[in-house]
Design a protein. Structure first.
Length: 156
């Protein structure tokens, strides 16, 4: 067995060689998130981290507050959008800057999680952008030989 992490193909042909992660990319007038992980709960966590990275710098955000999250949708792709839009709602309405997400239960149509973070404090947290909504444009959640990957486009 190799000690190297599995490789996930990148949409542009590059090969990503980390087990879990995300990156952001530009889409005409929008931003995108490419997330990957060995399992679906990890994929949903990485997508959350990708979303947060488009809104604020996560360095210094402490996991001092926990908020339960429950979302349902017709399928896995729509569930990912519902999850991310719920995180966006928590940020916009409750001021929650997320630090981590714990996925407690995940099916193809439902998710129960706890999001940990703290109230956004502009004296300590740097806002880097504004996300209006998570969209269905070019949405993809797919298995790979080494796990799962997702492509999500957000309206900025």
């Amino acid at each position: 067995m190799s000690s190297e992490p599995p490789a996930f193909p990148h949409p542009t042909g590059r090969v990503i060689v980390t087990e879990t992660g995300f990156e952001t990319f530009e889409v005409t007038a929008d931003q995108g998130i490419h997330a990957w992980a060995p399992d679906l709960p990890g994929l949903f966590r990485e997508a959350a981290r990708g979303l947060w990275s488009l809104m604020f710098e996560s360095a210094g955000v402490q996991a001092v507050r926990s908020v339960p999250v429950a979302v349902e949708a017709a399928d896995r792709e729509l569930l990912l959008v519902a999850w991310l839009n719920e995180l966006l709602y928590l940020y916009e309405v409750d001021g929650l800057a997320g630090a981590e997400a714990q996925i407690d239960r995940l099916t193809d149509t439902g998710l129960l999680a706890a999001v940990r973070g703290e109230t956004l404090d502009l004296s300590r947290h740097r806002v880097v952008g504004h996300v209006k909504a998570v969209t269905y444009h070019d949405l993809r959640v797919a298995p790979t030989p080494a796990g799962w990957e997702a492509r999500i486009v957000v309206d900025v």
